[in-house]
Write a protein that binds this ligand. Structure first.
Ligand code: HEC
Length: 506
């Protein structure tokens, strides 16, 4: 350690000591109100309120512990490698200040100096939305049992195209919602399935997604996109909430309210999301043996055009432990974008870069995720540990990091979209390799690429070989648009696999 750093180690506690005798009214109330009360107040996710002297004083030991451990405020990215504008991290000085106040016997201070409790927007965090839609009927979430995946259709009936700056969700069964993804459907396929089984919504992934507007996870604070950035919301779209419930121990009714915030005009360039690995890790063959503590997946993607990175988020389930995305620029510069050492599926935030990060064409994004399936992992959903594979249940695993980028212009945007699509098809290649004996499967991605003559990511029936056209379209074109999209191509893969299994049995 050099002298300067050595001196710094002493200076930091000294800075905290600068406040001789911290008291609640002058020093602790501002700390709590700015960093805790947002969630710890009536109607929010925190289990108790942290507003008054009494609230804080009676739990001071526990608060001191969770603050010192950095368990609260919840914030998982490793500090000091890249800056985010929405960081909730406390400084070492703030942590030392709280401990010092507790050690000093929690003085309240001069009542004259008591701060007024902070005001928060009632209900909607971002103010009054431009459009509010509510689920027509509430969905009953049982007290316990298996996780539930349910899609809810909310017709928007928009007379014209809109551009979305932010979507804010107000769930009624907050504690039972694991996450909710916002999809768009312009074809009405989801509407047709609504009400399946006599309850609101429907199960399964069998509807045509025409777009996505992000998602909601506990602890994520809605934010508007910066500048003129916005996501497209074409007229005639239905919103489909793909909600994942994890029963909370008490029976609840979920009737989600969704608020939309619109831009006045279309953005000058399109945002693009780059997911590494694509498909939530579908093609990575995640298969973690029981007891294995350091199972690793890695994937890379080369960005073909100059972009600015705006924000980043990760997705995985319980046993993921470490997650990172690193960018290596063409000149060799290494730019970390996200690093989490203690992954927690309950806090899947969207991390917004303090300044957009320039990534020149040729930059390689690399995602690494490590899973701990040992009995020592307190988050392991199984005791004793069991083999865990990729899947949609929360006790299965997934793994990916998604970077939102803005290309410089429309032409670059088009090239990035194309590269992204080919990357999606790569999933089929990876999955196909598992099924070595089916040669069609190995060649499927190549076949899809070759067949998709107009490179729009769909296989129109005219693009399919005449011999295959009728059976494939009949069997797989769920939405009846006479074309196969990537999900339908995935269905093709599954169909071929079934045929292979039949052949093997025979
Ligand atoms: C973004 C929302 C959010 C913020 C900000 C936040 N909390 Fe929490 N807090 C929660 C939620 C949700 C829980 C319950 C679930 C959990 O323990 O993760 C919780 C739980 C707690 C607990 C109970 C822990 C336990 O072991 O049961 C304490 C104590 C706590 N918070 C203190 C604080 C303090 C002190 C701050 C500010 C320095 C703070 N929280 C900031 C959301 C928040």
């Amino acid at each position: 350690m050099n002298r300067f750093l050595f001196a710094l180690c002493f200076l930091i506690p000294l800075a905290a000591a600068a406040v001789e005798e911290p008291n609640f009214n002058e020093h602790i109330a501002p700390l709590i109100h700015q960093n805790c009360t947002e969630c710890h107040r009536p109607g929010e996710a925190g289990p108790f309120s942290l507003i008054t002297f009494r609230d804080v004083s009676k739990r001071s030991k526990m608060l001191d512990r969770v603050i010192s451990d950095r368990y609260m405020p919840p914030w998982h990215p490793v500090h000091g490698i890249v800056e985010y504008s929405n960081s909730r991290r406390l400084s070492d000085e703030q942590i030392a200040l709280f401990s010092k106040w507790v050690e000093a016997g929690k003085p309240e201070g001069d009542p004259e100096k008591a701060p007024t409790p902070p005001k928060f927007p009632e209900g909607w965090q971002l103010g009054e939305p431009d459009l509010v839609v509510t689920m027509a009927e509430a969905y009953p979430v049982p007290a316990d049992g298996r996780d539930i995946y349910r899609n809810f259709v909310l017709p928007l009936d928009l007379p014209e195209d809109k551009w979305v700056k932010a979507v804010e969700l107000r769930p009624s069964a907050r504690s039972a919602i694991h996450h909710s993804l916002f999809f768009l459907d312009t074809t009405g396929t989801a509407r047709k399935k609504d009400g399946e089984g006599g309850k609101p919504g429907f199960s399964g992934m069998g509807f045509r997604k025409s777009g996505s507007l992000g998602g909601y996870v506990p602890g994520s604070t809605p934010k508007k996109f910066p500048g003129d950035l916005a996501l497209p919301l074409p007229k005639g779209s239905d919103l489909v909430l793909a909600t994942h419930f994890h029963p909370s121990g008490k029976a609840e009714m979920e009737q989600t309210k969704v608020g939309f915030f619109f831009a006045d005009k279309p953005p000058s360039v399109k945002m693009e999301s780059v997911q590494v690995p694509p498909g939530f890790g579908r093609g990575m063959k995640i298969d973690v043996p029981a007891g294995k503590a350091d199972y690793k997946i890695e994937d890379t993607f080369k960005i073909p055009v100059d972009v600015r990175a705006i924000q980043i988020n990760g997705h995985a389930h319980y046993i993921a432990q470490e997650m990172e995305m690193i960018a290596t620029l063409p000149d060799g510069t290494v730019q970390p974008l996200l690093k989490i050492d203690d992954w927690d599926l309950d806090w899947q935030d969207n991390y917004i870069f303090a300044d957009p990060i320039k990534l020149p064409a040729g930059t390689v994004l690399k995602t690494t995720i490590i899973y701990d399936n040992s009995a020592d992992n307190p988050d392991n959903p199984f005791s004793p540990p069991q083999r865990i594979k990729w899947g949609r249940e929360s006790t299965d695993e997934m793994g990916c990091v998604t970077l939102m980028v803005v290309p410089d212009d429309t032409e670059k945007s088009r090239r990035l979209t194309a590269a992204n699509k080919i990357n999606q098809v790569k999933i089929l290649a990876q999955v196909g390799q598992e099924l070595q004996r089916t040669r069609v499967l190995d060649r499927l991605p190549q076949i899809v690429k070759e067949l998709d003559k107009n490179a729009d990511g769909l296989l129109q029936s005219g693009e399919l070989p005449a011999r295959m056209r009728k059976p494939l379209i009949e069997k797989l074109d769920e939405d009846g648009n006479d074309a196969l999209d990537s999900e339908e191509t995935e269905a093709l893969r599954q169909w071929l696999q079934t045929m292979r299994e039949k052949r093997e049995k025979a």
